[in-house]
Design a protein around this ligand. Structure first.
Ligand SMILES: [Zn+2]
Length: 245
């Protein structure tokens, strides 16, 4: 891990792509080869119960409760740069948008913190948002910027509840804007995004996320990652030795 952290972002991103290409797809729940999420683990995914959106957000929806396989899937794409889940997850997220109370004009995302950008070299939120936008045939654009500050991950629930300090980019007069994000914990980030977008003239702000915590604040994202199937050096030497694909 220490070695990985010393790698600059661009080579790390390339390494991530190389690993994605070399390693057989394995279920993030049980490690079974040959599937993104195997049928048995897929059956354990739960849809979250209704919860009112954090004001001034007008509407929100989420694919999964943030635990088990869903948590592992998000953690792998967010902290380990496994992008193989992205198209399938974006499709599920895009399907939720059909339930929104009004047509969406523009898709945007909550920008990654400077620290995360430095360590990951890529904004996973932007990648997801652009995939979702393509699926629902709506333009995607950066509409939020982050004032200098700490990443939300690792902060106490009370600190997260107020959300990061987000600022709007340009005017969004009369627009209905969809914010795409990976996990809603307290809803503080999405509330902050909605405030910023409203201040730039947006008429409505909606949000969709991959997952939502069972009860806001009960699962901290930094504890989410559990290496069910750690990458072993032998995997790199024998990329096809783990069964059929
Ligand atoms: Zn499985």
């Amino acid at each position: 891990m220490a070695t990985r952290n010393r790698l600059p972002a661009a080579p790390r991103r390339m390494l991530g792509d190389v690993l994605d290409a070399l390693l057989p797809a394995r279920c993030p729940g049980c490690g079974a080869p040959g599937a993104l999420v195997c049928a048995r683990c897929e059956a354990t995914l739960e849809a979250p119960r209704f919860a009112p959106p954090p004001p001034p957000l007008d509407w929100w929806a989420s694919c999964f409760v943030y635990r088990g396989v869903a948590r592992e899937m998000v953690a792998r794409s967010k902290y380990r740069g496994e992008r193989r889940f992205l198209p399938a997850v974006a499709e599920r997220v895009a399907a939720l948008v059909a339930g929104a109370p009004a047509p969406v004009d523009l898709v945007t995302w909550v920008p990654a913190s400077a620290a995360r950008m430095r360590s990951q070299g890529v904004d996973h939120g932007e990648l997801l948002a652009r995939c979702v936008a393509r699926d629902i045939r709506v333009p995607a654009a950066a509409r939020l910027s982050r004032a200098l500050g700490r990443a939300q991950t690792g902060l106490a629930a009370s600190a997260r509840r107020t959300g990061p300090d987000l600022r709007p980019i340009g005017r969004n007069d009369g627009a209905t804007i969809l914010v795409v994000d990976d996990v809603a914990t307290t809803g503080g980030t999405l509330g902050s995004a909605a405030r910023a977008l409203r201040s730039s003239g947006a008429a409505r702000v909606f949000a969709v996320t991959i997952a939502r915590t069972p009860r806001p604040g009960t699962v901290s994202p930094e504890r989410a990652y559990t290496p069910v199937t750690p990458i072993a050096p032998s995997d790199l030497r024998k990329p096809n030795s783990l069964g059929s694909r």
